[in-house]
Structures are given as structure tokens and as C-alpha cells.
Ligand binder design. Structure first.
Ligand code: CO8
Length: 255
């Protein structure tokens, strides 16, 4: 697949996906969602890729939402299909990747843009980032998982305030409430995200894949059992042999 709306670059074990629709502040249209889904499928089965970073092009916007122009005259069936297809192709897809996906939020993360960041496993932001779910100003609600993932991350009370008021919050406030992990200057954002990615990439990819699955199940009643099963499964994997042997031999593991 040729990508028109995203750029993909690899540095060592980290792949950076840059969403690039500057004319629409990187808003997500169906074509962009399809391209993102395609590249994530590819990266998930590529053992040389250990961590993925998603960011936006330019210095103003991560993603300013779903493309409003694209769905402006949709009816119920088309809107439901757009939301369902987007959730399956991209948002839930990210959550279930076998390798960590880091959102490097470099500006506006609004509507579907914030929902994209919420689907990622880790969020870093730059000081200029502004985050919000403005859907109710359009007479809509978040349709890419925002009503589900935001309350899980920051609690219902704060999530309700953000969803009902539609107000944008600063990166600093987002860090205070646990919506993003850390805030950096715009120049530092990508280098810091890459630094984190490199530290993750040094660890066991088999263990990280199991950890992602167990953490994903943490808000269900299957979480503890999933953790026990993964813990057991890893004991017969080569990464455990290498990790434990390296510790005993007082050297760094080579995963
Ligand atoms: N969709 C389409 N185009 C957009 C979007 C968007 N979400 N955001 C910005 N643009 C376009 C503008 O229309 C403008 O284009 P043009 O130059 O052709 O007029 C260009 O980007 C630059 O934008 P502005 O001139 O508005 O830039 P400002 O700096 O003045 O403002 C803002 C920046 C505040 C980010 C402003 O652009 C804005 O409010 N954008 C819309 C934000 C928004 O409401 N996002 C939520 C969209 S709805 C959504 O995400 C639903 C998700 C669930 C969908 C489920 C399936 C349907």
C-alpha cells in the first residue's frame, strides 16, 4: 500500500509514524485510518520493530480530530459504520498491538486525535499541546472510544468534565490528571519519546507482549488469570532463559 497521509521512518528498533495532512491539521479521514491500520498490521508482525511512536506533522497539531468535512452529511448507518470501522481498524488495533505504541502529542489532540492518543499505551506531550473532546459542540459524542478510555484513565468525574464542557486543557493540566505521562518542549518531545522507546526495546519483547495483554485485561474480571497464565507461559520462552542467564552471568541480556 502506498501511503499518502502518513510518513513512516525507522531508527534502530523504533518506528515513527507521522500523520501528515497539514491542510486539515492532520485530521483523520477514512484513507488515513486505513493507512495507519495497514502499517500497524505490518509492524505488528515485523520482529525488527520493537516500539512504535505516533506523532503529527508540523508544530501545531497532533491530530485535530476526525475529518469533519468527510462525515458532515452522513446519516445514522454511515456514521455508525465509520465509527465501528475506525475503532476496529485503528483504535482497538493499537491497544492490542504486541509492541508498545507511544503517542508523541505535538500540538492539538482533539476529538478523534485525543482518542487516538488514548488508544496508545503511553502518552508524552509537548508544552504547546492542547487536548480535548469537542464533539458535543458539534452535536455529537466521541465515537472512537473516548467515552470508554478517558474515564478508565483519569476517572469518571474528570472525564465527564472534559466531555461535557468540550474545553481544551493544557499539556501541564493533562500531566496533572494522568492523561499524559510527561511534558517536554516541542523540540525535546520526539527525542524523549525515542529515548523511552530505546529503553523499552532493550527489554524482552515476549514479556512486553504478554504484559500488554495482561494490562489490557486489568479492567475486566479476567485480568488476574491472564497475568498468571502469561507468567507461566513466559517460563518456557527463550527470552526468560536469556534474561535469567544474563542476570546470573552478570551481563546485559540480548533479546
Ligand atoms: N476536520 C476537518 N478539517 C479540519 C479539522 C477537522 N477536525 N480541524 C481543522 N481542520 C481544517 C480547518 O477546516 C482549516 O481548513 P481550511 O484552511 O480549508 O479552512 C485548517 O484545518 C486549519 O484550521 P483552522 O483555520 O481552524 O486553524 P485554527 O488554528 O484557527 O484552529 C482548531 C485550530 C482550534 C484546532 C480548529 O481547527 C478546530 O476547532 N478544529 C476542529 C476540532 C474538532 O472539533 N475536532 C473534533 C472533530 S469530531 C471528532 O473527532 C469525532 C471523533 C469520532 C468520530 C467517529 C466516526 C465518525
Amino acid at each position: 500500500m502506498n501511503y499518502e497521509n502518513i510518513a513512516v521512518s525507522t531508527e534502530g528498533k523504533t518506528t515513527v509514524i507521522t500523520i501528515s495532512r497539514p491542510q486539515a491539521l492532520n485530521a483523520l479521514n477514512a484513507a488515513t485510518i486505513s493507512e495507519l491500520g495497514d502499517v500497524l498490521d505490518r509492524l505488528d508482525s515485523d520482529a525488527s520493530c520493537r516500539v512504535v511512536i505516533i506523532t503529527g506533522s508540523g508544530d501545531k497539531s497532533f491530530v485535530a480530530g476526525a475529518d469533519i468535512k468527510e462525515f458532515s452529511d452522513f446519516g445514522t448507518a454511515e456514521a455508525e459504520e465509520l465509527a465501528r470501522n475506525g475503532q476496529r481498524t485503528l483504535f482497538t488495533r493499537i491497544e492490542h498491538m504486541t509492541k508498545p505504541v507511544i503517542a508523541a502529542i505535538n500540538g492539538f489532540a482533539l476529538g478523534g486525535g485525543l482518542e487516538l492518543a488514548l488508544a496508545c499505551h503511553i502518552r508524552y506531550a509537548s508544552q504547546n499541546a492542547r487536548l480535548g473532546l469537542p464533539e458535543v459542540t458539534l452535536g455529537l459524542i466521541p465515537g472512537y472510544g473516548g467515552t470508554q478510555r478517558l474515564p478508565k484513565l483519569i476517572g469518571k468525574g474528570l472525564a465527564n468534565e472534559i466531555i461535557f464542557s468540550a474545553k481544551m486543557i493544557s499539556a501541564t493540566r493533562a500531566a496533572e490528571i494522568g492523561l499524559v505521562n510527561e511534558v517536554f518542549s516541542l523540540e525535546e518531545l520526539l527525542p524523549k519519546a525515542k529515548e523511552l522507546a530505546a529503553s523499552i526495546a532493550a527489554n524482552s519483547p515476549m514479556a512486553i507482549a504478554e504484559a500488554i495483554n495482561a494490562v489490557n485485561l486489568s479492567d475486566t474480571d479476567r485480568g488476574y488469570e491472564a497475568e498468571i497464565k502469561s507468567f507461566g507461559v513466559l517460563f518456557e520462552k527463550e527470552d526468560k532463559k536469556e534474561g535469567v542467564t544474563a542476570f546470573l552471568e552478570k551481563r546485559k541480556p540480548n533479546f
